[in-house]
Design a binder for this molecule. Sequence first.
Ligand SMILES: [Mn+2]
Length: 285
Amino acid sequence: MSVKFLCDLYTPGEANVIAFGVPLGRDSKKVLRSLRETSDYVEVFDMDKKINLLDDARISDVGNLKLKKLDEITTTTNNILEVKKIPLILGGGHLLTLYALKAFKDVKLVVFDAHCDLKDDCKDKEIMRLDFINGVKFNPKINDATWLRRACEFMNPKNIFLIGVRSCNEFEFDFIEKNGISYATPNQIKKDIQGVKKRLKQFIDGSEVYISVDIDAFDPSIAPKVDLPEPNGLFLNEFIELIEAFGKSKLAGLDLCCIKDLNDNQRTEFLAIRAILEILSLLSR
Ligand SMILES: [Mn+2]
């Protein structure tokens, strides 16, 4: 029997959170295996909060998608939403978020990422390598660097909040400002985390929220297994503090993506799992 994410004590019927893996990008199957294996070693009890972070999250891991077509991500997400459960999507490249979002009708999107991913097209060789899947041809319009721009074509950009962003070009920045996308850079967070929390709270305003975490939002010193290690990233304490801003808003879905297969210990996976646990603890509030 294959390794499941966070022990997998529940059947899909008993669970309220359904996890699945999206093997999108080179070596992503190895990364997904490592995430699941590492999750076995993480304690879900939080000594500071004195609670089990999974008190109200019953997770069932249904394995990886075959991913012959990217639409499978939308279909699977949709099937989970139809039975009123929360999708927890493990990646894979960030492009998965675009296809997951297509399954939601009305959500606010909070993205933790070093990058804005708002390019209109990207022919970058490096991105091309990342997006390689089962022989599916690289599309300069639909990839890890453009996915959020494509999402803005079917969702209101005012319903998007980027956290930890510190890398974009002037065209992306212009797009952010013209379309009213909210954002908080790590410097803004470090200077005034309470102010950012307040803005985040006002943005969410009790609505359903989808949280996407690109692991490169964190500082590369604590998340080294990434393709583009942008300095001056977030630390876990800041992430935990910001997650508090979600309060009683309803968690509609979440994903964790963009871990790279690198020769390192499991610190990036441990961090990723901690981040997921913090988000799932929202279900207990
Ligand atoms: Mn990124």
